[in-house]
Design a protein around this ligand. Sequence first.
Ligand SMILES: *Cc1c(COP(=O)(O)O)cnc(C)c1O
Length: 356
Amino acid sequence: MSAPERALARIGLGAIERNCAHLRSLLRGDAQLCAVVKADGYGHGAVWAAKSALAGGASWLAVATAAEAEDLRRHGIAERILVMGALTREDLRVAAEAQADVVAWSPEVAERGERVHVKLDTGMGRLGTKDVELARSLLRDDTVGLMSHFATADEPDDDYFPRQLERFSEFAEEARRERPDLIVHAANSAATYRDPAALFDMVRCGIAIYGMDPFGEDPHARGLEPALSLHSHLGAVRRFEPGDSAGYGRRWTAHESTWIATVPIGYGDGWRRALSNNCDVLVGGRRHPVVGTISMDNLTIDLGPETDFAVGEPVVLIGAQGEERVLAEEVARRLDTINYEITCGLSSRVRRLHVR
Ligand SMILES: *Cc1c(COP(=O)(O)O)cnc(C)c1O
């Protein structure tokens, strides 16, 4: 471990590579893996994530914005990049300059874009056209792809996903009769695990390439390895007597003598305030509860009535230490959100250290 730093996210590039290789093993024939690196690679660093994903067997990349595609190009990435978001005229120009593929569901964009994927909204209710006739009319000789997106792929027992899949399969089959070279794609990470019929020619995986579970469960059970761990250290260790309180609003008070440590990470780093009195961190390979209100730059933890830990002792907020571990999925559950939001929410003040 390097010298203690107040807030550090370690990103294991090998994990991203292996997760991509694992996802590819789920595909059939020459189906391709498109690695989704939008939002700075879900907080992992888009360029590093993209390069690792490509090393792991991904052959396409996807981002949300034209600026994100431009950034990948600026860092020397030459593979195909799909920009998945809605684009203004200016965005279209930036995307074209970056030689990125774009998504279209209107004649305006379909005619302007040079590398177009036509999007049918089969029930996501966000982007794409719901009108099959219109989608059909947008297909041209040089259209690259045909796509859709699932709303409930991560809800294993629902009956909406199969209906979306059926709508899309029907349309894709028909379109392929005339254009057998179209790249048909619909699956996100959850759909890639859920149903082989959703794989088509390419899958667009984001969360799983980072080793987080698309169903919010244990990623290891699905052959995935979390790439990100979050580290800090003990910045102060002090004795508290009964009645002493920790933090703003006195939301925690000692009932007996104990040792309280201050860890220099807080909501300014993305460790959300709603985790106050509501999460554990790892010190010395054991769980210790966060007590009191998390502030912008600090939080406090209870080390118990006896402790050998001193200032500088490493703290793990996400990741493993000894036999114990805290998954992003656990943090998400405590916040009533999804793992995606945990890593995306780590602020730029958290230094990213990319390691092999
Ligand atoms: C973000 C996104 C994905 C990736 O989803 P994951 O659940 O992270 O695998 C795929 N397709 C579209 C259109 C997206 O916006």
